[in-house]
Structures are given as C-alpha cells and as structure tokens.
Design a protein around this ligand. Structure first.
Ligand code: NAD
Length: 499
C-alpha cells in the first residue's frame, strides 16, 4: 500500500475516494491523490431537506449536551492530528508545521465552542410597563451552509461548524473543489465523534462536492438561513446578492491586501522576522498574508536590504520535509497570476527582486515560486489588487499620517499591523482614524490570528466575523419577549385603547 493510501485508510476514507469528476491533485508534485463525485442538483436538494429535518431535532437538544458532541470531536481531532495535518500538507501543500497548526486551530475552536455551549446567554431588560419584564433569548437559527476556500481546507469549516453546532444548527459543507479529500477526512472524523455521542439526528453535518454551481444552489435555497462563505471577493460578489435576495444572512470572509507599517523606532530584527513569516508563510496564500510593506524613509534601506537577504535565503521545497519554510503554490493558475502581477508591477514602475519558478526539473507538474519583492514608486493599481502568492510590495513614507492613509487606501480591509516602539504611533494606529481593517496588530505581522478573537475584515473583505468573541450570535436567532405577570394590560408608549 502506498503511503498516501495508508494515510487515507487511517483517516477512514480510503473506500470513499473513488472515480469522479472532482479530482484531487497534490500541489507538491501534481500527482493524483484521488477523486470524488460531484453532487447533482437533486442530491443537493435531498441534503438540504435532510439538514432541515435534522434541525427540528437538534434545536431541542440542550446546548451543553450539543457541546458534548463538540468536546468529543475535539478528542477525535487530537487523536488524528498528525494524520489530518499530513493530509492538509499533501492536498493543500502547506508545510508540516502549518498543516498541524491548522488542525490545532480546529481543536482550539472546539474547546472554545464547548465552553460557549454553557454561555449562550441573553439579556433581561427593564420594561416601561408595570409588572412586565423583557428578555432577549438566543434561539437556534437553522441549517448553516459553509463554503470554504482551498487555503484553509479544514480550519475554516471548523470555525463555523463548531459554533453552529453548539448553537443548535446543522451544517452543510461545500469545500473547495481543490481540496475534497481533507473535507472527506474531516467529515469521517466528525462521524467518529457522532458515533461516540450516540443520539444525534441524521444529517447533522453533511458534505456537498461540486464546482461553483453547487455553491450557487445552496446560496439560493431558503432552507438555509445562513451562508458562511470564504473565498475570493469575486465569489462573495456572486454569493451575497443571491442570499440577500431571499433575505438570508451571509458571513463573507473574502480577499485581503494586508499591510505592515515599519516606523523609525521599530525593532528591526523583530520586524524582519514578522515580515518573513507573514509574507512567505503558506507561500503567500493566506488571506492575511503580508502583501504591502510601508517603510519610513529613515529605515527604508536597512529594512529592505534585510528583507531581501531573508527572502534570498528562502528555498521553496517539498513541504513534507522538515526545514522547508515555503511549499508550492496550489496550481498553475496561481503561478500564472503571480507572474502576471510581477509583470504589471514592472510596467507600473516597480523594481522586482526575486520571483520566478523554482524546482521545475524536480517537480515538472507542480508550481513552486521564489518569493518576490517589488519596490514600488507608489501604490499603483496592481498593489491594490490581491494576488494570491508570495509577492511583497514595498512602499516608502515620510509622514505617519501618510503611512496610515496608504495602508487604508485599498479596496480590501482584512488585516494590518505596525511595528513601532512609539506608544503614540501604536495608539494612533488603533484609533478611530487609524487602520480601517478588521484586524490591526502591534509589533507583529498581520497573519496568524488566534481563535479567541473575532476574525474578519471590512470593505471588499466582506464584513463577516467568525470564530471568537461574540461571533456565535450570527448563528442564532435573537428573540425579544415581553412578559406580563400582572392582571391588567398596559400598553407601551402609554397608548390608551378601550376594552
Ligand atoms: P474561490 O473564491 O475561488 O473559491 C472559494 C469557494 O467558493 C470554493 O468552494 C468555490 O467552489 C466556491 N465558489 C466559487 N464561486 C462560487 C459561486 N458563484 N457561488 C457559490 N460558491 C462559489 O477562492 P479560493 O481560490 O479557493 O481561495 C482564495 C481566496 O480566498 C483568496 O481571495 C483569499 O483571500 C480568500 N480567503 C479569505 C479568507 C478570509 O477569512 N477572509 C480565508 C481564506 C481565504
């Protein structure tokens, strides 16, 4: 048995990986890992009906009991962390540490959701009417569809699913067509947790494979009150109006174009380490990847020269090998997009260092790229566009306000950071007229969020928030109740209405 077959077997999905139209290829070497069948429109319909039926039962299960299912799922994930992490590496091309980190993120959100299952609290509100009180209760919402991107093939589902399930909502998952096997494995692990749990309704978590048509069908279906969609801004632009047209809700987690401001007082060693991880980690294929470096004139030469040296030392390589810091791009289209962006950067007055294809002889069917730095004369059109790969645009500034304005002057609003030892600058960056992003960090890079905070961004990033803080409320229906414990019927606003 090949190593891949053994891995799929340990994860309990070898028998499910068959012939089909959704083919999984490893970005490591382009080899075929397996295939699954796309669901037909009728099958999608049946899955949605099953989910609606599961909701009827699941919503009445006490929330702490629902939390028990997620506790068990966290336990199963701990048992299979190494294997699921290895499959993420194989199918998404992440380095070993990042594959494991992604599964850890799933475990972390399970822990968070278990605690939450005893804390889905509402409010008691004073009523203006005598012998009345008002309460606000959070009720389960209904089936939640989760559409995910290739670059976080399992964690993003878990962020949504763990919260949705403790909130009383069944989930339907449409994973990226590029990463079907990690989805299949996650579903198999979830089913293990279900078996340990015992009495959950059928169809609590279901998978739907397919291209965008499947996503479109889900988005249009009124049985799905919430669609949580992660992917490109293009996808969000298509999904959002379809969901809105039927007055459904959506959580949109779309493209980012994240910046870091490096100020004259910055600890430069810390800055360079933060830049390196944020810009080349996951081969520049994180929504929070550092894409724009805005450096003060006084330290520009020093910073750029250190970053160039650090980038030049990066050797893209097989992500399964310890020591590899940067693996492949997901496919040829991703590589072509990077090449096109670098050409545009040059045409728009930029000076490009690095870039180009790596390991073409060793892996002719895979797409490895050297990281590139593009020193730009200004924030030109290409800099304002998210290219999903390892390109770092570098820009100069002389005045702090100018740096903040530049940081904000892009259509996306996901993540941002500042490196400074100047307290006033740090606070100004976090002030109402500072960074306009959903995430604003100090003395670290823009990537690598923790699950305790709400995750998401503004503008073309879509405005959604997932994971920690009070994101759970989006998966529930808010109900306000006024309760009369007297014997008369006083009306609000003092309205008199004869009996
Ligand atoms: P993508 O938009 O190509 O696909 C994402 C998912 O949407 C896939 O499952 C795809 O099948 C589905 N889809 C595409 N068109 C659809 C439509 N019209 N209706 C319904 N579903 C549709 O994105 P990708 O290439 O897989 O991922 C990269 C992008 O995702 C980047 O832009 C990145 O910034 C973004 N991303 C954002 C976050 C975030 O939290 N903000 C996280 C991860 C990735």
């Amino acid at each position: 048995m090949s190593a891949t077959a053994a891995l799929l077997d340990r994860l309990g999905i070898a028998h499910l990986v068959t012939e089909g139209d959704i083919v999984s290829r490893s970005p490591i070497d382009g080899s075929r890992l397996g295939a699954v069948k796309a669901h037909s429109a009728a099958e999608v319909d049946a899955v949605l009906a099953q989910s609606a039926a599961a909701f009827k039962a699941w919503r009445t299960v006490p929330a702490p009991r629902r939390g028990e299912l997620i506790r068990l799922f966290g336990e199963v994930l701990r048992e299979h962390k190494a294997d699921l992490g290895a499959l993420v590496t194989l199918e998404a091309g992440k380095i070993v540490q990042e594959g494991l980190g992604e599964v850890q993120e799933m475990i972390d959100i399970c822990d968070f959701a278990v605690g939450l299952s005893r804390q889905l609290h509402g409010l008691t509100i004073a009523s203006e009417r005598p012998r009345h009180r008002m309460v606000e209760t959070w009720q389960p919402l209904g089936p939640v569809a989760i559409i995910t991107a290739f670059n976080f093939p399992v964690a993003v589902w878990a962020w949504n699913a763990a919260l949705a399930l403790v909130c009383g909502d069944p989930v339907i998952w449409k994973p990226s067509e590029k990463t079907p096997l990690t989805a299949l494995a996650t579903q198999a692990l979830f089913e293990k947790a279900l078996a340990r749990f015992g009495d959950a309704p059928e169809g609590l978590s279901q998978l739907l494979f397919g291209l965008r048509e499947v996503g479109e069908q889900i988005a249009a279906d009124p049985r799905v009150p919430l669609v949580s969609a992660t992917g490109s801004t293009r996808m969000g632009r298509e999904v959002a109006p379809v969901v809105a047209k039927r007055f459904g809700r959506s959580i949109l987690e779309l493209g980012g174009n994240n910046a870091m401001i490096v100020t004259p007082s910055a600890d430069l060693r810390l800055a360079v380490r933060a830049i390196l991880f944020a810009a080349v980690g996951t081969a520049g294929q994180r929504c929070t990847t550092l894409r724009r470096l805005i450096v003060h004139n006084d330290c520009y030469d020093k910073v750029v020269s250190a970053v160039k040296t650090a980038f030049a030392a990066i050797q893209p390589g097989d992500p399964r090998h310890a020591g590899t810091l940067m693996g492949p791009l997901i496919d040829k289209a991703a590589f072509d997009a990077v090449t096109k962006a670098l050409d545009a950067a040059k045409a728009q007055g930029g000076t490009v260092h690095g870039g180009g294809r790596a390991l073409a002889d060793t892996f002719p069917d895979a797409w490895y790229a050297y990281p590139a730095i593009a020193e730009m004369p200004a924030q030109t059109e290409i800099v304002k566009h998210e290219t999903f790969g390892p390109i770092l645009y570098v820009l100069r500034y002389s005045d702090f306000e100018e740096a903040v304005a530049m940081q904000n002057d892009v259509p996306q609003g996901l993540s941002s950071s500042i490196i400074t030892r100047d307290l006033l600058e740090a606070e100004r960056f976090l002030a109402p007229d500072g960074s306009d992003c959903g995430i604003a960090n100090v003395n670290m890079g823009p990537s690598g969020a923790e699950i305790g905070g709400a995750f998401g961004g503004e503008k073309e990033t879509g405005g959604g928030r997932e994971s920690g803080s009070d994101s759970w409320r989006q998966y529930m229906r808010r109900q306000t109740s006024a309760i009369n414990y007297g014997t008369s019927l006083p009306l609000a606003q003092g309205i008199e209405f004869p009996e």
